[in-house]
Design a protein around this ligand. Structure first.
Ligand code: HEC
Length: 122
């Protein structure tokens, strides 16, 4: 019973955001090469990488080194860091591991669109 309560607390601590419900733009859709890769390298892989020297507590299951890694976690990333019509999520990134500033609101909107495109066209 105690363990169940603890699990619930941990889950609650992680589900800070909501789905943004962003959509994939029909023109100039953000690509992995032009947007995704540099975004995750700038803001996330300092902690969320298989090769991070110090993960700063980032869960071992959450790595964003490749397009496939990102696709696998698209829903969770959307709810933690992206912005769209239904939510503006700012729980991530934490600062550290070489990440010294947070994305602008424009970048968070681009992230939402990018993830929507990724889910639409796997
Ligand atoms: C300074 C280190 C650090 C950086 C940089 C960072 N994270 Fe995290 N991340 C963490 C830690 C620590 C946790 C676990 C604690 C938590 O969930 O708050 C975590 C957890 C997560 C989770 C899992 C939440 C869950 O439900 O378990 C996601 C998704 C995530 N981060 C996305 C991102 C994204 C996207 C970026 C880049 C925009 C990012 N993080 C940048 C440290 C970091």
């Amino acid at each position: 019973m105690k363990r169940f309560a603890l699990m619930f607390t941990l889950l609650a601590a992680c589900t800070t955001g909501a789905a943004t419900n962003a959509s994939c733009p029909t023109e100039n859709a953000p690509s992995y090469a032009a947007f995704g890769q540099p975004f995750f390298a700038t803001y996330c892989t300092g902690c969320h990488s298989a090769t991070a020297s110090d993960r700063h507590g980032a869960p071992a299951s959450q790595n964003y080194d490749t397009e496939d890694d990102v696709r696998e976690h698209a829903g969770e990333i959307d709810a933690m860091a992206a912005a769209g019509p239904d939510a503006t999520n700012t729980a991530m990134p934490q600062l550290g591991g070489g990440v010294d500033h947070r994305p602008s609101s424009t970048e968070r909107e681009q992230l939402g669109a990018f993830l929507a495109c990724m889910s639409a066209a796997p």
